[in-house]
Unconditional design. Structure first.
Length: 259
């Protein structure tokens, strides 16, 4: 039985293909302004028996002939399933993606107990980091390491990407060290994220998923503020950006076995 999960986000598309529950293929692509073409490119060479789609553009797959049986699943359920699949001990999931943030409390059985989701703007997301990294002329993949050089971060009051850029530029003009400002921007995201986690009564172990989980500064701040130990009570998969697609693939296998 070949099953697959595809996560069609506003910034990227991830695919996980499994054979009898074991991952045999994974792929990632930018969403661009033509997600249908990108979905076909990611799926090229694969036609699973069951395909489950999640994410911002999940409804697109239902309109395309991509598999024998196509279903959709909510992002919250997909991310819960993906996290619990990798880390059965998980009690909380934090997913910071390109343009939204999800905080999910799990039951001991790995089911969704409560959740919070910010999807109204890019504040506190990967897009926010990408945009502010351009102010420093640093690739976003290196921005976290750069921020870790900061020692005395200023308080960044605005989480709007445009206003944050203005505030960062103003702080530079005042002579504040650029790494300190970069750290301050990361701290602002952490404060916003911790507020969401507090509303769902965050319990460890916490799985940090999404592309921003690759950022070492964000991992450090989340671990420090929640008194978590990385690799023990703060858990990050080898490919944290694939969590939603993995969860969709897990759901596809459940549909297969239930049918």
């Amino acid at each position: 039985m070949l099953t697959a999960g595809i996560d069609i986000g506003s910034r990227s598309i991830e695919l996980v293909v499994q054979k009898d529950g074991t991952t045999v293929h994974s792929a990632r692509s930018d969403t661009t302004f033509d997600p249908r073409t990108q979905v076909r490119a990611v799926m090229q060479g694969w036609r699973p028996d069951i395909l489950v789609a999640t994410g911002y553009g999940r409804a697109l797959v239902e309109q395309m002939d991509m598999a024998g049986w196509v279903e959709t699943v909510t992002e919250i359920k997909a991310h819960a399933l993906g996290a619990a699949s990798c880390f059965p001990q998980a009690r909380t999931v934090l997913d910071i993606g390109g343009q939204d943030t999800k905080a999910i409390a799990l039951t001991p059985q790995g089911k969704v107990a409560r959740f919070e989701m910010n999807d109204r703007c890019a504040a506190g997301t990967g897009k926010f980091l990408e945009y502010t990294a351009t102010v420093f002329q640093i690739p976003v993949a290196e921005f976290g390491l750069y921020a870790l050089k900061g020692q005395n971060p200023p308080v960044i009051s605005s989480m709007c990407t445009v206003f944050a850029e203005t505030e960062a530029t103003s702080l530079m003009a005042q002579g504040i060290a650029a790494p300190d400002i970069a750290l301050g921007l990361h701290c602002a995201i952490a404060r916003r994220t911790l507020s969401m986690l507090d509303r769902i009564d965050c319990q460890p172990p916490l799985v940090f998923a999404g592309g921003v989980a690759r950022n070492p500064c964000m991992r450090m701040l989340i671990a420090r503020e929640l008194r978590l130990i990385q690799d023990e009570t703060l858990l990050v998969a080898d490919r944290p950006d694939m969590n939603g697609a993995l969860g969709a693939a897990v759901h596809a296998l459940r549909l297969a076995t239930a049918g």
